[in-house]
Ligand binder design. Sequence first.
Ligand code: P6P
Length: 331
Amino acid sequence: MQGMSLARFLIEQQRGAAALPAELRLLIETVARACKTIGHAVSKGALGEVLGSLDKENVQGEVQKKLDVIANELLLDANEWGGHLAAMASEEMATIHRIPHRYPKGECLLLFDPIDGSSNIDVCLSVGTIFSVLKAPADAAGREIAEEDFLQAGSNQVAAGYAIYGPQPLLVLSVGSGVYEFTLDREIGSWRLTDGPIRIPAGTPEFAINMARRRQWSDAVVRFVDDRVAGETGPCGREFTMRWTGSMVADVHRILKRGGTFCYPTDVRTGGARLRLTYEANPMSYLIEQAGGASIDGARRILDIVPTGLHQRVGLMLGDADEIAMLRETA
Ligand code: P6P
């Protein structure tokens, strides 16, 4: 029901077919509250002295933005005392963050990219927070949580979502029964239901890829893109538009609402890839599939891939299922 608060939505998911566990409801409410605080910091920009970079790199070898660290700390502080988590993992931390012994532990594992698209922060383009939730293995109850406990296929996720700090602050999430969008009502500080269940519109002639990386692509991706650039003169027989925002969270949101595809393929020259499996590709693929789309690494379904490392990178092609099937067939 439009305008419903996030709290009421989650209570209804708890009572409904989804049978949302109370611990997971608390986790999502906590993450959603932290995203309000992160969004407030992002919106301050230069006035809040949150722009710019630190003179240090993260585990990815990327120069850390001030907001990367601020957002990471906000998510850790918000989530470590509630008793719903066993541990957390982040793009900004080399290894996992266990819940301190002074707090009760829960059964959930939370993974996040605290600020996705951080290269856009200093130029006022949309950035976001991506999160993924797994259950700790049953045998973990009586022992310390280990990094290996996070290395589960994305199909094991029990919830995933993102906040996007754009013209409207939005929270988009799924707990396994469809994708729902909430808009922040700044006047009362509440996330309110504004769309859902979201289904990816079929047949939208839009694709998102960084054309400057063409040398890295497989023949299949080159053909896929060239056929679309050829427009009505080519095999697709219609005109396409290209979009590339430099923030996956913004590109994925556009796809959920308007359709099309997003590709950040593996670099065929090196076998390297850009996007991280556990806290970027997996949560976004969970949402895309919940909205009727598809997500692959070129040949494999993303959610079937069992990670070999917390920060493992993977090629990613997601969106309109029919378009992605074209890529998979030619991959
Ligand atoms: P490029 C942001 O850093 C990110 O991880 C994604 O959000 C985005 O889609 C991609 O990298 C942009 O990569 O190579 O175009 O700068």
